[in-house]
Design a protein around this ligand. Structure first.
Ligand SMILES: NC(=O)c1ccc[n+]([C@@H]2O[C@H](COP(=O)([O-])OP(=O)(O)OC[C@H]3O[C@@H](n4cnc5c(N)ncnc54)[C@H](O)[C@@H]3O)[C@@H](O)[C@H]2O)c1
Length: 361
């Protein structure tokens, strides 16, 4: 295992599309981190990226890794390729950052986790919204028991993505490479709900494709029962018109209620507790918003990664954490397809997510 602690953590990007730009921007803010190279199967994207950042781009992934010796491979390809990309690269014994979702299929994720454990490779899944200041404070309040008994956790994703958006990239909205609003846009909020409320016991769901022509859903509704007996609601759609409305989470408990809204759970809307605490004093002045710099929360994510690599501690969103939302999303799809309540832990039977129309996994 190449586990040496370089002064600078060296990142190599696999995929030079839209999200790669955020990774470069976020990593640039650190003196002890560097993007040392990149690879994309699309020569045009690769060339554009190289010209923009003067970061060497290789035409072959093996060459990238052998010539630059990175510590971390950032997997920034379409979601349905994450699993196979990681499994193909795992023999290099590097750490991985994976854009959300970790992969689409649970069997792939389980193989990845086993292989990474064997090799001592770390996995970090990008769920940058977990670092939003109001979100961190909400989690702290839950962990301190300030809500008492948890009652209800709700997420609402009311975003607008029209046909043009789906047509721009052939992988979007397909079962094999993306899934619908639940797997793509709402995967952040679903991760957040489970992080706040705890493990899910069962789910009942319905999905629909209302306003665009895509294989997967642009609307999904689910009712959850958590192991702690609280209930949850997921309402997620990209069929809000004519523009985005909100991306929010609310947590209700016996002794408090908190709502975080904005577009990506970035603005505190309500903070109410029947028993006051020290942390309430500066909640509105210091923690109610995400700072305005672009990719700020991606930088916070990278800070966590760099610390974890330097001192060997677990990152906030490791492979097991990344697995949870994918398991729940697969269970939601199975409930929507069968009309039945689905219980977790869960092994998908007929789920189409991550499978091509020819049935290739
Ligand atoms: N964290 C977030 O908020 C966030 C935001 C946007 C996208 N994402 C995630 O990032 C991932 C990529 O999304 P995007 O919008 O950048 O997509 P994109 O289509 O803009 O970019 C994907 C790139 O991967 C390249 N690629 C495809 N197969 C490859 C392979 N085998 N090896 C190397 N390169 C390959 C493509 O040529 C393309 O340039 C998705 O999983 C998406 O869910 C996360």
């Amino acid at each position: 295992m190449n586990n040496m602690l370089h002064e600078k953590v060296k990142f190599a990007l696999i995929g030079c599309g839209a999200i790669a730009h955020k990774h470069v921007m976020a990593i640039k803010r650190f003196n002890n981190a560097e993007v040392i190279g990149a690879f994309d199967i699309d020569v045009k994207s690769a060339k554009l990226f190289e010209e923009k950042y003067q970061i060497p781009v290789f035409t072959n992934v093996d060459e990238l890794i052998k010539k630059t010796n990175p510590d971390v491979l950032n997997i920034l390809t379409p979601s349905g390729l994450h699993g196979e990309n990681i499994l193909e690269l795992i023999h290099f014994n590097k750490h991985f950052i994976v854009e959300k979702p970790l992969a689409l299929r649970l069997d792939q994720i389980d193989r990845i986790l086993e292989e990474c454990d064997k090799r001592g490779s770390k996995i970090f899944v990008v769920k940058q919204n977990r670092f939003n200041p109001p979100v961190q404070k909400l989690k702290e309040a839950i962990d301190r028991g300030r809500f008492g008994k948890l009652v209800l956790g709700t997420i609402r994703v009311r975003w607008s993505r029209d046909q043009l958006y789906y047509n721009q990239k052939s992988w979007r909205g397909t079962w094999a490479f993306d899934g619908g609003v639940l797997t793509n846009q709402a995967s952040h909020h679903i991760d957040m709900l489970v992080w706040m409320m705890g493990d899910v016991e069962s789910v009942m769901a319905k999905t629909a494709t209302r306003l665009v022509k895509i294989e997967a859903e642009d609307l999904g509704i689910a009712i959850l029962k958590f192991r702690n007996e609280a209930l949850g609601v997921i309402e997620a759609t990209t069929a809000t018109r004519p523009k985005d409305l909100e991306g929010s989470i609310s947590i209700l408990g016996e002794k408090g209620s908190v709502e975080i809204g904005g577009f990506f759970m970035n603005e505190l809307k309500s903070w109410n507790f029947s028993e006051p605490a020290e942390m309430d004093k500066d909640i509105w002045s210091k923690f109610s918003k995400v700072p305005g710099e672009s990719a700020w929360n991606h930088s916070e994510f990278f800070k966590d990664v760099i610390i974890s690599i330097h001192n060997g501690k677990k990152g906030l969103i490791d492979g097991l954490e990344g697995r949870k939302s994918v398991e729940l999303i697969n269970a939601i799809y199975e409930s929507a397809e069968t009309g039945k309540e689905v219980f977790l832990r869960f092994v998908p039977k007929e789920c189409r997510l991550g499978v091509t129309s020819e049935g290739k996994r």
